[in-house]
Design a protein around this ligand. Sequence first.
Ligand code: ASP
Length: 325
Amino acid sequence: MILVANNEGTLGVPTTVGGLAAGAHALDAIEAGIRVIEADPSVRTVGRGGWPNLLCEMELDAAMMDGTTLRSGAVGALQGFLHPVSVAREIMRRLPHELLVGDGAARFAREIGADRADNLIADSRAAWQAWFDHELTPEQKRAWPEVELAPLCRHAIDPEAGRDTTVFLAQDKSGNLCSGTSTSGWGWKYPGRLGDSPIIGAGSYADTRYGAAACTGAGEMTIRCGTARSIVLYMKRGASVADAVYESAEDMRALHGGLLGRVTIHAIDACGNHQVVAVNGTGDNVYWLWDGHDKPRSLRAEAVAIQRSDIKPSATTIYGYGRGS
Ligand code: ASP
């Protein structure tokens, strides 16, 4: 058994470890852990308490993958529900589809009686309002929301600058390898923007025969590289989990233009090995490892620089995390 979860998963790790130790299926253990994080408003980039899009709407993304059946379930830009990870799980259970977005995802969540929630907390609204007050011209304020949003995307923010998506990778007692992700995505994003968290193959992937991987940070980069799927494929072709992760970081050197920033890559293999690498990271990236025996340990990710990133002060840094400091 093994669990790797990023630092954002701290509050859910005990629940997932408890489930795995008691013999739960990895999907159940991961879902239960992520639900704790989604419901806690102190976790500022997942579920309730996350950051809104440019229109001050909370759009949540999540995915789960069962590495034994290769079934997945994912939701993108889901509004009004507390547990996107459970809506994703139910897509896997009840539908012949793998991914629902926007209004269709919300309709499905209503149909299955998913818990509703207003996920925008007062502090996030205040941060958005501060951004609106400072960054928009008087003309834009008068016309709002009938303004061109595209130029305002320059304020889209890497939650990694503060905290990020939560990702969980686990192997249970029976050997099933599974993955789970949940996030509010980049704050101040263009409405409808999906990051990598709901994109199977980019933000996460699991195959019980070889391994599993999940990413946080600049989802645009892992979407372009198909990062999570690549890692599992490199392992299938004989690479160790460490080499597979390095190779996927290497792949990112080919990216030119677009949004370039930080990505943290988490991976485990079917033999209980793991690797976590912070691409363009600052060296302060930590994650949780539980090896099936001792207590979960907090470890530091290895930092790998692949290119000069375009990281600039972001709106959550200026109007959110940085406020008052
Ligand atoms: N990967 C997420 C996204 O692109 C954000 C993050 O993990 O920081 O939406």
